[in-house]
Design a protein around this ligand. Sequence first.
Ligand code: FES
Ligand SMILES: [Fe+2]
Length: 375
Amino acid sequence: MYYDNRPLMNEGTPAQPSGSPGEFLWGFWYPALRSNQLRGGQLNSAARLEVPLVLGRDAGGRPFALRDICPHRAFPLSFGRFDGTSVECAYHGWQFDAHTGQCTHVPSLTADSKLKCERIYAGSFPCQERDGYLWVFLANPEGRPPAASQAIPPAPELPTFSPGYKIAHLGANLPCSVDHGIIGLMDPAHGPFVHQAWWWRSRRSIRDKAKQFEPIPGGFRMSPHAPSANSAPYKILKLITGEPASTTIDFVLPNQRFEQIRAGKYWLSSRTTVTPIRRDLCRLDFVAAWNILPWFPIVSFIIHVLGPRFIRQDTEVIKKQSLGLQHEERMMLVDDADRQARWYFELKAAYLESQRTGQPMRHPVTGPITLRWRS
Ligand code: FES
Ligand SMILES: [Fe+2]
């Protein structure tokens, strides 16, 4: 029996993540907006990892991301004006280079002023566009330049396997901490209860599962396997392609879940990210690309009609869970059904530890392993 005095996470040595629960991971790319939300001449605001951002596109179409705080008196820069090069604060008219954040003009200064306004900076963040998103590299909350030793990798890219394909994007806000958002994403045991549908699965379809996992850099992979026999979409896929399908699912820090389905020359590749907006609110972004029967909209139907329904079911469950989490933050991670969640916390702790010590990250998943559960 478990009552309130149970350990934070049961089973063996507690995998208490270092740092506070829901702690943010700095030093990664995060999607901040959809590319099509950025119009020239317009300033957009968004928050990621509790960093207020002002985002826009310069006159040449190149995106930029500044901390949405004027260094003079903290006025949000997103209320100001943008002329295609500089962002002007709406309070006292200070101007900042949109890409570097460097102050270029302080209107109140007299000609003989000693103030070197070029030494003043608004925080700024590297940004890149990929797969229809504007990605922002968050090295630190202030928007200081990343340390010289910190090489910035290219922004993440959705893997695709042939030149012609369709692409679709979905999104939702999840009222929970990033940790609950992510462990919900990789949790195999809620499917039959939360995602019940005649064409997918029900509690009567629960059966034994055994899946092979292996470590990959910064995460772990559910090795290529035949998709669940109890799911109709995969049966349809096999019917239309005539080839056996195989699925590979990766989780990679800080927040990315990739799923690839391949059947002969056909493929579907998707990525889901859960990015903290605040401690108690996250953004879920889902993108999928596929080349399966582009002239017959079966995949498009699955993504555009069934996808939002799936996401709604997860959002509803997380809303209800947040009612309980107000009273109890501790959780239990039991057996193999929760092993991936445990690995997530261990990966996160290992990353934070390597940030602290400067040592290479120690991978918590040491070799191939088979996990067994019922779902
Ligand atoms: S607060 Fe921005 S110019 Fe004064
Ligand atoms: Fe789900």
